[in-house]
Write a protein that binds this ligand. Structure first.
Ligand code: HEC
Length: 464
């Protein structure tokens, strides 16, 4: 059960570590790969059809930028996701692999195709650009590249959807008594948020990629020494703005539809997810943030469409920044509202399965902490190692969301609390207005040890 070594991330915590990697990955995979492939293939086709070789060349330069970013930052954070997920939540990865074993494998194969097609498209572009037949072949590479990036998203969004809406109620994908025995894999795959999430992300990614393409077109055409390249700005920016005119409203509508499929309890957590607990009741502030981001996208799209030649750089960067903020918020919110679960109603954020709770409450969690020294998991008769044992419990149960003394640090959260108050709080988890916290799992003795450890955080170094 806790048969993996314990990895801790001091100060920034596990959640922030994952968030930094995940958000960079979403920027690149959505804007660079999934959306970028569609937008650039479309732009290459458009330029070729009009026999506009200067624009065709500008698209090549755009592809170079996208190519460098996707194959470096995109690939690195893609692998980083895996490594982080493995060391942060090996239990969750274990649960997900059981259900998505072959689908994940297929995703990897398709991803290989995706990268090879991108390489081919980029490396052979120059040579194929010389003849019309070559160009139409080259554009085909682009189209296949776009299709394979989309298929990887198709599979990954099934897994993301499954974590939020695993179809547990009503149509159980797993019999909790005999897991991993009686699994209905189709229920897991065709979970209620798969298609809405996929549709929303597809059009959102294309819109985001168009915004990035506008910003880079601005830069490339402004700083080119070649007059012909400089003159391609108007046509290309207008084309990208046109794509946005279609995809922005579509992704907004689909995003709303996606929102409606999310479980009620999770949806109720959106204000806390967006603005932290301290501001959760400031709904007007939340709407202001949403309309600010949405408004910035709409206004800059209109500027790009009606005035592509004179579009100021500040508008192009504002457009991209609004998208970055949007994806950042979207990912944070989606991750937060699933709390306290990693897989809804099935596994808590700390890797404890809901069905194991009664058993663990009886025998305790430390019994199963395979990688922990005896010293740190068996309370001595004189209780001299109580704080150390408590520390181990916090590492197992609380470290998914708390640090000792950094982001969401237990030290600061319990400053001024007596040990009895802490003990009482642990007893009442997750009550008291914190539905996103997992319940305490374990024995009464383990509760005592955890309380002693948390209380010790504010005692250390204090002169009394
Ligand atoms: C799923 C994530 C998650 C897990 C697991 C979790 N917490 Fe929390 N906890 C939170 C969040 C989020 C807050 C809110 C922080 C804030 O208000 O700024 C919080 C707040 C707290 C607070 C202070 C506020 C309050 O309402 O009491 C305490 C104490 C606390 N947690 C203790 C624990 C302990 C002990 C554990 C391990 C047994 C634990 N938490 C596990 C997410 C979690």
């Amino acid at each position: 059960m806790f048969d993996f070594p314990i990895f801790e991330m001091p100060t920034i915590g596990l959640r922030m570590l994952m968030a930094i990697n995940a958000i960079i990955h979403v920027f690149v995979s959505h804007g660079g790969a999934v959306g970028g492939s569609v937008v650039l293939a479309l732009a290459a086709w458009w330029a070729n059809k009009r026999n506009d070789m200067a624009s065709y060349e500008t698209v090549y330069r755009l592809l170079m930028v996208f190519f460098i970013i996707t194959t470096s930052a995109g690939a690195l954070t893609g692998i980083g996701m895996w490594i982080h997920a493995n060391i942060i939540s090996p239990n969750a990865i274990g649960g997900l692999i059981r259900v998505f074993f072959w689908k994940w494998f297929i995703e990897w194969i398709v991803f290989n195709f995706e990268v090879v097609l991108l390489l081919f498209w980029f490396m052979t572009w120059k040579q194929k650009a010389l003849t019309p037949e070559g160009r139409s072949k080259s554009i085909k590479f682009g189209v296949f590249y776009a299709a394979s990036s989309w298929v990887t998203m198709l599979i990954i969004t099934a897994i993301l959807g499954f974590m939020l809406t695993p179809n547990f109620d009503g149509q159980p994908w797993v019999d909790p008594e005999v897991y991993p025995g009686n699994v209905n894999y189709n229920n897991a795959l065709f979970n209620p948020t798969w298609f809405p999430g996929l549709a929303f992300r597809t059009f959102g990614a294309i819109a985001f990629a168009s915004a990035l393409a506008i910003m880079w077109t601005w830069l490339i055409t402004t700083f080119s020494k070649d007059e012909a390249i400089r003159n391609t700005r108007e046509g290309l920016i207008k084309l990208f703005a046109k794509i946005m005119m279609v995809t922005v409203p579509l992704s907004a509508a689909l995003g709303y539809y996606y929102l409606l499929q999310i479980p009620e309890a999770a949806r109720a957590m959106i204000p806390t997810a967006m603005m932290t607990r301290a501001f959760a009741d400031k709904m007007d502030l939340m709407y202001m943030i949403i309309s600010g981001i949405g408004g910035a996208v709409v206004v800059t799209t209109i500027i790009a469409y009606f005035s592509p030649k004179r579009m100021p750089y500040i508008a192009a960067t504002l457009m991209v920044s609004a998208f970055l903020l949007f994806w950042g918020y979207e990912e944070r919110t989606r991750e937060f509202i699933r709390k306290p679960f990693l897989i809804y109603n099935y596994m808590y954020a700390n890797g404890i399965r809901v069905t194991d709770v009664p058993y663990l409450n009886k025998v305790g969690i430390l019994k199963h902490a395979v990688f922990v020294d005896e010293e740190k998991k068996v309370i001595k008769e004189d209780k001299s190692n109580l704080v150390e044992v408590g520390h181990t419990i916090a590492q197992i149960e609380c470290r998914a969301c708390h640090t000792e003394n950094g982001i969401n640090g237990l030290k600061a959260l319990t400053a001024g609390w007596s040990e009895a108050a802490i003990r009482n709080r642990i007893n009442n988890l997750p009550g008291g207005g914190t539905p996103y916290m997992a319940p305490f799992v374990g024995t009464e003795a383990e509760k005592d040890a955890l309380a002693a450890y948390i209380a010790s955080l504010n005692k250390k170094g204090e002169i009394k």
